[in-house]
Design a protein around this ligand. Sequence first.
Ligand code: G1P
Length: 280
Amino acid sequence: MIRKCMFPVGGYGTRFLPATKALPKEMLPVVNKPLVQYGVEESIEAGLNYIGFVTGRGKRAIADHFDISYELEHQINGSTKEQYLESIRHVMETGVFSYTRQKEMKGLGHAILAGETLIGNEPFGVVLADDLCVNEPGEDNVLAQMVKIYRQFRCSIVAVMEVPTDEIHKYGVISGELMKDGLYRVSDMVEKPDAKDAPSNLAVIGRYILTPDIFEILRHTPPGKNDEIQLTDALKQQCQDGVVLAYRFKGTRFDCGSVQGFVEATNYCFENIYQQGDNS
Ligand code: G1P
């Protein structure tokens, strides 16, 4: 069914300079685990174990992270420190990783189109690793919740949450008709509108399920907001031609693209994951 998940990780991470001068922002640790690993674990747990990274220059550390480090394995094998490698070993055993490079940063839509070669003609997930999502213990993670909806409706799905008016300009914003609890049929989408022009307070966060016709639409999507090729514009086209759903997910999302969100995520993960004994 859905097997693949795309991770656009080409962005620069300027908000975290100087930390991100030589280090990809996706490798910044939230407690003891790089941000991107949280997203990859969510994807694999949702059953999407073919992971495709759309990378850029200066991002090699990501590929190294999901590959064997012989030196480290050799040193740590059989020692008490082995437990610290548990989570990444599990990810490496269950995930299948592939990479392509986006040569120029021309927007999220451009990155997704660059990743077509990793996906082919099948539906796929997209995770923006900057958005760290956590769920209550025993509940499905956000991507898994969306996969369940996809099984029923077989169309593109975006994850949305309510945001305050003064933050709406940071997001893609939808308007739509409520179909049933938490599920909307999208009728319009706008990328980063001024608060006064926003069609609602439902903002898209970095979890998507996309049907592969999105690639053809993206090929013909002109640059939009900030002169970038916007996924939001392609999804708007898709909802005009067919059906796109917006899903108010269950769980908490941290905006790790901002310093404040990153610190909040760190505190949350320290208290709720690390201190609870899962420190791998
Ligand atoms: C991207 C999307 C935007 C979405 C956001 C979620 O924006 O373009 O529609 O709301 O991710 O995090 P970015 O934050 O990459 O500028």
